[in-house]
Design a binder for this molecule. Structure first.
Ligand SMILES: [Zn+2]
Ligand SMILES: [Zn+2]
Length: 261
């Protein structure tokens, strides 16, 4: 018998998580929406609909990863290249909106995704930029924990990513450079646990942009930082109390960001 994947997954969700579930999805809005974007909300939406049909209480939240670095000017925005280029390496939520109608580049394209969702009649319970989650302090306690257990965290990261990290590697967190505003080019030098701050230098060359050389501190309270991706995801799933979240197969291969334990 052929069973639709939605039925199969909904069976499993009800069995394992019961009748009150939070379904999460998200995307890095690094440019205009495309076909891949649609999958990020249509698959979870199919599940939400099936769960609702079974009278499961659902909460569908969509996160825009706009703390991620702006790493290239999309081809469709070539007309704005000169204006946008200076922002390469900054978080998407700090790059100015080329169309001037939103607070940032990241927010502009997140709202475009929202428009596409509306066209598909997808209704969300919440759509939020990851910058807001950081600003509200949701990640603070996780960063403190990861700093406290740094050696253990590093060991887990090495084991799950199947690669040895350099001796002086400390990049569990990515500070936003106070001087140039870039997040892609900073490197953690050390943790000052007593004063809740992180010492960093902005000196990385990531190909599409280079650091400005500034060396300084960022405090945890300032929220001028984001967690490394592999730490950001599980933290978010924890504080949002996510029961269900899809991900590409690449995340689930050995060495990917997700490992069954
Ligand atoms: Zn806009
Ligand atoms: Zn800098």
């Amino acid at each position: 018998m052929i069973v639709h994947w939605v039925t199969k997954l909904a069976d499993r969700i009800v069995k394992e998580r019961g009748y009150n579930v939070t379904i999460a999805s998200g995307i890095t809005t690094s440019g205009p929406p495309h076909l891949g974007t649609v999958c990020e909300f249509l698959y979870p939406w199919a599940l939400v609909k099936e769960l609702k049909r079974r009278e499961v209480e659902t909460y569908f939240i969509f996160v825009g990863d706009i703390m991620d670095a702006f790493d290239s000017v999309p081809l469709t925005l070539k007309n704005y290249e000169r204006e946008l280029e200076q922002h390469l390496g900054k978080p998407l939520c700090r790059v100015s909106d080329p169309y001037g109608c939103h607070g940032s580049y990241g927010e502009h394209f997140l709202s475009e995704v929202e428009k596409v969702m509306e066209e598909f009649n997808v209704t969300l319970d919440e759509i939020v930029g990851s910058n807001t989650l950081y600003e509200k302090g949701y990640y603070d306690k996780y960063l403190k924990l990861f700093i406290e257990k740094f050696d253990y965290v590093k060991k887990i990261l090495e084991e799950t990513s199947l690669r040895k990290l350099p001796e002086n590697w400390k990049d569990i967190v990515l500070p936003i450079c106070k001087k140039c505003g870039k997040i892609a080019t900073t490197r953690v030098l050390g943790f000052d646990i007593k004063n809740n701050r992180i010492r960093y230098i902005c000196d990385k060359d990531v190909g599409y942009t280079r650091g400005c050389g500034y060396e300084g501190y960022v405090t945890i309270d300032s929220h001028e930082w984001k967690l490394a991706w592999r730490l950001d995801w599980p933290s978010r799933q924890d504080f949002l109390k996510v029961d269900v979240e899809g991900a590409g197969v690449d995340h689930h291969t050995r060495g990917g960001s997700w490992e069954e334990v």
